[in-house]
Write a protein that binds this ligand. Structure first.
Ligand SMILES: Cc1cc2nc3c(=O)[nH]c(=O)nc-3n(C[C@H](O)[C@H](O)[C@H](O)COP(=O)(O)OP(=O)(O)OC[C@H]3O[C@@H](n4cnc5c(N)ncnc54)[C@H](O)[C@@H]3O)c2cc1C
Length: 469
């Protein structure tokens, strides 16, 4: 039975205005983002204010219509997938930057503001967000808070949880939780905003956020190192952290299979830089003056080559060259175009374990199938690795997918890492969460969900199974 009755839709239209509920053919004008299933509900509402969000939630509660909140639809674990009978709530119209203060180094934004829009607004005050993702053009600040996104700068400035100073959220009963604190220090009781960070829309709908900003350096410089091993890459990261001039902004590792894919596709090459290094490492420094930063990178290279004579390096000498180097890391879309639906994993392991973990994991995967040569890349400075199989999802039988997951996740939690570093649980990792987490944690999560959303109105079946069909 379709729960989205004409009377219900009429009520929703009265709240948000006629054109702000799209269904039937109008859905085809909306980009489904990472997964077509995101628009499975077939109806999307676009509220324009917190009050409209609250009124829509109350209407859904009264009619038993579950809600799935959407930001930029860039989430990679199916957290935004929706089904017929549900209503998608898009934050696209909640896109106002309400406040940016260079004195406070704080911005207050509505949840649907994209990361890139906030980056541009912050840059006008020579500030930056302290968090950066390759999906910056579409990912929203609300979505990033909801998935507790990490990205490129997390080793330095923390993950999204550390960037959120305060937030406002509409709860499952339509009430509005408001804590738009703009200060770092706030020890006034339970810090409840953190319930909504990383909850993937299952505990409330985030509508506004106060975000901590950081001073933006005047200049940056980037080098690509070709290195013989993970240990050599970690050693290079340490040298970047110890830079005598400037500070380390990024240390992104690209293992050989992925490097060959992106450099081949973009026809990138440089004299004396071989595509055959086991590990490639992008290192960026920030500081006052570009020439001095490039000299510092050259000095780091001299140190690296003393210990690893077979290393090589390319220092970008212009903004365009810097962008070309970053494309070698960020064009992950190439993988999915070649292998649609390829199983992908997002683990983090303590830095001292990265080398042995990968050796063991890749050997186990090759034992499963000698054709497996996964693409590996990641945020090396915080031990976050993305592992994507070089095979289309439809070509891998379910039993093998389970074995692959076992091989990738083996020992990750025991060694002090995480089976989901920055992408969340969504619908894809629900089984892994219950299988791999402390049972008391899972039981507590259920109690929190029951306390805030007993009828599983918000994003049913995501993170926990509650409300799954
Ligand atoms: C090319 C690419 C690169 C990426 N790189 C990174 C990376 O480096 N680091 C990283 O952490 N992630 C990365 N991601 C994943 C993704 O960009 C992040 O998870 C991002 O935070 C999702 O934001 P979104 O606005 O697109 O959220 P959506 O995909 O729309 O939603 C994600 C989840 O959050 C919920 N949600 C969205 N908005 C709200 C809200 N206002 N209130 C409550 N719940 C909400 C949804 O219901 C869903 O469960 C990448 C994705 C792509 C496609």
């Amino acid at each position: 039975m379709d729960r989205l009755k004409p009377e219900f839709k009429a009520d929703v239209r009265r709240i948000v205005g006629d054109g702000n509920l799209k269904d039937a053919e109008a859905i085809s004008t909306i980009d489904h983002g990472v997964a077509p299933e995101n628009l499975g509900a077939g109806a999307v509402v676009f509220p324009g204010s917190t009050e409209e969000v609250a009124a829509v939630v109350k209407c859904c509660l009264a009619n038993g219509v579950p809600l799935v909140t959407h930001g930029g639809r860039t989430g990679l674990v199916g957290g935004a997938m929706s089904r017929p009978g549900e209503l998608v709530l898009s934050t696209a119209r909640l896109n106002r930057i309400l406040y940016v203060s260079p004195i406070e180094r704080v911005a207050v934004v509505e949840a649907g503001v994209t990361l890139q829009a906030l980056q541009v607004a912050a840059a006008e005050h020579r500030l930056e967000t302290g968090i950066d993702l390759p999906s910056r053009g579409s990912a929203t600040v609300g979505g990033m808070a909801s998935t507790n996104a990490g990205g490129i700068a997390a080793f330095r400035f923390g993950v999204m949880r550390h960037r959120v100073l305060g937030l406002e959220a509409v709860l499952a009963d339509g009430s509005i939780y408001c804590d738009l604190t703009r200060v770092v220090k706030n020890a006034a009781g339970y810090d409840l905003k953190h319930l909504f960070v990383g909850a993937e829309g299952t505990l409330g709908i985030i509508t506004r956020i106060a975000v901590k900003l950081e001073p933006r350096p005047f200049a940056t410089a980037t080098v690509l190192f070709g290195l013989p091993s993970v240990d050599a890459a970690l050693d290079t990261v340490r040298r970047g952290l110890d830079a005598e001039y400037g500070h380390l902004r990024a240390a992104e590792a690209i293992w050989n299979a992925y490097f060959r894919l992106t450099s081949g596709h973009h026809r990138w090459s440089a004299p004396e830089y071989s595509a055959d290094h086991p590990v490639n490492l992008l290192v960026s420094l920030g500081g006052a003056e570009e020439g001095a930063l490039q000299s510092e990178l050259g000095r780091i290279y001299e140190d690296v080559i003393e210990d690893h004579p077979d290393a090589s390096a390319v220092i970008a000498s212009s903004g365009a060259q810097e962008a070309d180097l970053w494309r070698l890391r960020e064009d992950t879309d190439l993988i999915y175009r070649k292998h649609p639906g390829a199983p992908s994993y997002d683990v983090s392991v303590p830095l001292s374990e990265v080398g042995s973990y990968l050796d063991r994991c890749l050997a186990d995967l090759r034992d499963l199938d000698p054709a497996f040569d996964p693409y590996v890349f990641g945020h090396l400075a915080d031990g976050n690795l993305h592992i994507v199989l070089n095979m289309a999802g439809s070509d891998i039988p379910v039993e093998k997918t389970n074995a692959i997951e076992k091989a990738v996740y083996r020992d990750v939690v025991a060694m002090g890492g995480s089976f989901s570093a920055e992408h969340g649980i969504g619908s894809k990792r629900v089984g892994s969460l219950s299988a791999m987490s402390n049972p008391v944690k899972v039981a507590l999560m259920h109690r929190v969900k029951d306390a805030l959303d007993a009828s599983a109105l918000l994003n049913p079946g995501k993170v926990l199974r509650k409300g799954a069909p």
